[in-house]
Every structure is written in structure tokens, then in C-alpha cells.
Write a protein that binds this ligand. Structure first.
Ligand code: SF4
Ligand code: SF4
Length: 158
């Protein structure tokens, strides 16, 4: 550690390879690992994508995720809470300010905590089973469906 920066190097497991990443994060971005993460809201939830991603989805965050756990719906992206390793790289890359650590969500976006998790734990419209933990978003590609909460949001340019 030097000054206000924490330089971290870590290896994250991938289905077919080991991906080594180096992260340079401000101290405010250091978060506990999933194994030590408290279930603040009754279920474990790390980083969360909020309203600002809806109808934006430029996917800059996806390129930064070392474990490929940011999945593409129709109008928004969703972070898989069981696959996220809490590195914070996606939040630093999101210039729309759409990504929050669970405890940083503003009050008017708290609904996205349960909604990000529901994208994986509930059966989405047009599918016959929950996504669960697929182990990587790239293999699935664009899913083209959202949670009922995101689907009901007004179009961004309306
Ligand atoms: S970088 Fe932000 S706005 Fe862009 S797709 Fe990711 S979460 Fe959405
Ligand atoms: S914090 Fe973001 S970049 Fe890091 S593992 Fe979780 S979703 Fe991926």
C-alpha cells in the first residue's frame, strides 16, 4: 500500500483457465471477500447495478469483470451475487454511475438489491427455470429479457 492507494494482485478461478488481474483501488474501494461479506439485507449481495444502466448498457463494466459475472438482459445488466468477487473494478469503469456497493445504494434505488438477485433466482419471463449461477455471462450472451421491475420502468428517452 502506498499513500491512499491499495495495489492488489489476485487470481480468480475461471471455468477453463486462471485469469490474473491487478487492481489499483482507492482505499474506499476495498471490500470484504464474499466469504466474509455480511448479508446486510438478509441475503448476500455485493455490487449492484441500479437504474442508471437502464437503456444505456454500453457494457464498459463487462470488459473489466475478472469473473464474467455481469449478465445482459434486454434493457439493463445484472450482477450475479453468487459469482461476484467484490473487486470493484466494474464500478470504477461505469461513467454512468450505475454501480453501487450494496450499502452505498441511495434510498430510491434500494429495490435493485433484491432485483439484481431476482434476475438469477427467479424464473424470468419466457424461460422455464431460473438462471441460477451459469458460471459466466459470455457463453450466454444477450438474454433479451429483464426482471418485471426493470421492464416496467419508463424508457429513458421518454
Ligand atoms: S458500465 Fe454502467 S451503464 Fe454501462 S453497461 Fe455497465 S452498469 Fe450499465
Ligand atoms: S465487483 Fe464488478 S467487476 Fe468485480 S467481480 Fe463483481 S461484478 Fe465483476
Amino acid at each position: 500500500m502506498s499513500g491512499d492507494l491499495c495495489v492488489c494482485s489476485a487470481e480468480f478461478p475461471q471455468p477453463n483457465s486462471a485469469l490474473k488481474v491487478t487492481l489499483v483501488l482507492g482505499e474506499e474501494d476495498f471490500r470484504p471477500t464474499p466469504s466474509t461479506r455480511p448479508a446486510t439485507y438478509g441475503f448476500p449481495m455485493p455490487y449492484v447495478i441500479g437504474t442508471a444502466c437502464v437503456d444505456v448498457m454500453h457494457k464498459a463494466c463487462v470488459l473489466q469483470c475478472p469473473v464474467d459475472c455481469i449478465y445482459e438482459g434486454a434493457r439493463s445488466l445484472y450482477i450475479n451475487p453468487d459469482e461476484c468477487v467484490d473487486c470493484g473494478a466494474c464500478r470504477l469503469e461505469c461513467d454512468a454511475g450505475a454501480i453501487y456497493y450494496e450499502t452505498d445504494l441511495p434510498d430510491d434505488q434500494l429495490q435493485h438489491l433484491a432485483d439484481n438477485a431476482a434476475f438469477f433466482s427467479e424464473t424470468l419471463p419466457g424461460r422455464d427455470a431460473p438462471l441460477g449461477t451459469p458460471g459466466g455471462a459470455a457463453a450466454l450472451g444477450r438474454l433479451g429479457v429483464d426482471t418485471p421491475l426493470v421492464s416496467a420502468l419508463a424508457p429513458r428517452d421518454a
